[in-house]
Design a protein around this ligand. Structure first.
Ligand SMILES: [Zn+2]
Length: 357
């Protein structure tokens, strides 16, 4: 075969592999090993008197009722879900704030909801400009903005934070990991476009989150002046996906919150094996690494069992039993089998929840 043909065949094979398979991210050890490392961090924090966040809150930037079959396999009887699009804000005694996943911008919101409407969802309800940004986020106090991954529904809300600056010049530090910067996953690259747009407004200061970061299952500090806030690469949904940890004391007890991003979009899917996202979604919409995603779900299940408050971005009002998403023991398995109602009556929109004032 001529060299040209070899090159051509190689190029075709490469294109086919791009079209047919998701990038592969082998797990960085066993689930128990990685959970042990996170536990070691929790113990270290528990033994130190350093300042932790005085509050940790979330608010909806949009909500949309959708059939659960659009989000996870294996729950045919589950009632429709009010899919949440939250922004998370932690605040320290110094007044410094950490923003995780600014959510959907007012401008991006209606279009984002359209594809789900085509396949059985209701019209998306957008929070609008007044909520929730103005209520809690002070752009000049934001010490870092981080993202579970760079999809439009997690990134575009940054422009609303910039809007709060008004005529007063402000500089919001936005921290991407090297894995996020180099990811060429289609939707992640599109998310970077939303960052560029906010940057044009002169509002953001790009910074690097852990320049040497590897997918090694180790949590890392987000910033020296944000004690108790950590991130850890967790590729699988996208190459640049990551977990965020926020530790704070609630009534004297150290509580670890885990912002799970889009590892799952329906909380019960972490509680037992075999509930991936629908095949069409993970093959043609966002090319997930399903092998790694199964491990990622098992990690969230393990953290839930060890007492962490696992937060599923798009299912923030998931029902909990004694703080757990997955009820323990045999009774818990039975409850899961019956599919619990998610209608808790808690308003997903405008709700500042979790803990602290
Ligand atoms: Zn999402």
């Amino acid at each position: 075969m001529s060299q040209t043909r070899v090159l051509a065949a190689g190029a075709v094979a490469a294109m086919l592999s791009i079209a047919c398979s998701a990038p592969s991210f082998p797990p960085p050890g066993s689930v128990a090993e990685v959970a042990d490392r996170i536990d070691a961090l929790r113990q270290e924090l528990d033994g130190s008197p350093g300042p932790l966040p005085v509050s940790f809150a979330a608010a909806g930037t949009a909500t949309q009722r959708v059939p659960v079959e659009l989000l996870a396999d294996g729950f045919p009887e589950a009632p429709d879900l009010d899919m949440s699009h939250p922004v998370f804000v932690a605040e320290w005694p110094s007044g410094s704030q950490l923003v995780v996943d600014p959510g959907l911008a007012t401008r991006a919101c209606p279009d984002f909801g359209t594809p789900a409407e085509w396949v059985g969802g209701e019209e998306i309800v957008c929070a609008g400009e007044r909520d929730p940004w103005a209520e809690r986020i002070r752009p000049d106090s934001v010490a870092a903005v981080v993202f579970s991954h760079l999809h439009v529904d997690h990134v575009s809300g940054l422009s609303e934070i910039c809007r709060l600056c008004g005529d007063v010049p402000c500089q919001v530090p936005v921290a991407l990991s090297s894995l996020q910067e180099t990811s060429d996953e289609t939707h992640e690259a599109a998310g970077r476009g939303w960052l560029d747009e906010a940057d044009v407004a002169g509002c953001i200061v790009p910074t690097r989150l852990g320049a040497e970061a590897q997918d090694d299952g180790r949590p890392r500090a987000i910033a020296a002046d944000l004690p108790g806030a950590f991130w850890m690469p967790l590729p699988g949904h996208t190459p640049g996906s990551q977990l965020t940890f926020v530790f704070r004391r609630v009534e004297g007890e150290l509580v670890g919150y885990v912002i799970g991003g889009d590892v799952v979009n329906y909380a019960p899917a972490i509680c037992e094996d075999g509930h991936p996202k629908p095949w069409l979604y993970r093959t043609f919409v966002v090319r997930e690494d399903e092998e790694r995603q199964a491990w990622n779900r098992a990690l969230l299940r393990e953290l839930d069992a060890r007492g962490y408050r696992v937060l599923v971005n798009h299912h923030l009002d998931a029902e909990r039993t004694e703080g757990r998403l997955c009820p323990p023991g045999e009774a818990g398995q039975e409850a899961l089998g019956q599919i619990r109602s998610i209608e808790t009556g808690m308003p997903v929109m405008k709700a500042w929840l979790l803990s602290g004032s």
